[in-house]
Design a protein around this ligand. Structure first.
Ligand code: MRU
Length: 361
């Protein structure tokens, strides 16, 4: 996708350096961060310089490739296992992260010399990132028939190209509609506490020239009640085998509202987000983040500096789960790179039944 008219991906590998769009400074500052080692890339994932399940997966795959390129020959496989642990420990919910680490590790294990292993890891990480961008485009095509001229869509958090390598998941059908000349209108929720909707989705849609408005999370119910939402499309961080879906905190609230108002509720995600090892949503680990994300807000002051401001009173404590689980029964369907699938174990069985450690590249 383009930023100020120039094409970008969210994350890529240059030599043994991982480059990524620094998402914590958007929309105020557009900056490319460089991560020289897998530890730097792991920190960027943990601290959310790169975020969104697909982009986290691509960054994790590249971090493994970095580790493979930099590991000493004498203890190559031990060093790679240690790197995998460091990368896996960054964020617990996004399945794409574990999917990527497992695949790049498996690719490196299959080669018969250290040099061949290094190259196999780079090829696997690159194939994952390229596959991620292709899956985004395919989800766009699959979701396009759901949108007609004038459709009013609601989305939550950021599930656009910043959350992927390119295209995105929930916003991919919107970009496909734009390419097809179908104009839709997007309402983007602010998405407290980290405000990915206000900071990232609003910026992305502005860059793309898609008509949109930002709404406070608390305004969603009023929008449904006024009949101003035709469909909801969100992304996902991990989908259990029965279709229960973990996504950004607040997704469940929107799914309940959609059901109450008879509005279709779709989840867009590629295969790498489905976790066949989780039978239902209760098996999905939910990340809890620091309470300061609730107690403070970040933004740009009138003098142009980025500042953190406390909104809660002194001594206030906060509970900060990053994700919630929407039960499959509230989901109309999954927009995948293989088309729209029903949110039932039978509907998903063929799609998720893939050996989880098959090497790529
Ligand atoms: O905490 P984040 O910003 O990484 O959470 C992102 C989301 O919840 C997205 O909706 C999700 O990753 C789907 S888009 C790939």
């Amino acid at each position: 996708m383009k930023v100020n008219g120039r094409p970008y991906q969210t994350v890529w590998l240059e030599g043994s350096t991982v480059k990524l769009i620094e998402q914590r400074k958007l929309p105020h500052v557009f900056e490319i961060a460089s991560c020289a080692t897998h530890q730097d890339t792991a920190r960027a994932i943990r601290e959310m310089a790169v975020r969104g399940a697909g982009a986290i997966g691509a960054a994790a795959g590249y971090a493994m490739a970095q580790a493979a390129l930099q590991a000493p020959e004498a203890r190559f496989h031990d060093a790679l296992d240690e790197a995998a642990e460091v990368i896996r420990s960054t964020r617990p919910t996004a399945h794409d992260l574990f999917y990527a680490v497992t695949r790049v590790r498996a690719a490196a294990a299959c080669a018969n010399s250290v040099e061949a292993s290094r190259m196999a890891a780079v090829r696997a990480a690159t194939a994952l990132a390229e596959g991620n961008a292709r899956a985004g485009q395919a989800m766009g095509r699959a979701g396009l028939p759901l949108l007609t001229p004038g459709s009013r869509m609601l989305t939550h958090c950021n599930a656009g190209w910043l959350a992927f390598v390119d295209w995105g998941s929930a916003l991919a059908p919107v970009y496909a509609a734009q390419e097809a000349g179908v104009e839709v209108f997007v309402s983007a929720t602010e998405t407290r506490p980290r405000s990915q909707g206000a900071k990232l989705t609003e910026w992305e849609l502005s860059q793309a020239g898609v008509p949109h408005q930002l709404v406070a999370d608390t305004a969603a119910g009023a929008l449904f009640r006024r009949g101003e939402i035709d469909l909801v499309i969100v992304g996902a961080d991990r989908i259990a085998a029965n279709g229960d879906t973990a996504n950004k905190i607040g997704t469940y609230t929107l799914a309940v509202l959609a059901r109450r108002h008879g509005v279709p509720f779709y989840v867009a995600a590629p295969r790498s987000t489905f976790d066949p090892a989780a039978p239902d949503g209760s098996a999905i680990p939910i990340e809890e983040r620091h309470e300061d994300e609730v107690l403070y807000v970040w933004g740009r002051a009138d003098d142009g500096t980025l500042q953190r401001v406390r909104i809660a009173g002194p001594g206030a404590r906060a509970f900060n789960p990053a994700f919630d689980v929407t039960p499959a029964e509230l989901i109309t369907g999954f927009i995948t790179d293989q088309g729209i699938l029903p949110a039932t174990p039978e509907g998903l069985a063929g799609y998720v039944r893939e050996p989880s450690a098959a090497p790529v590249g």
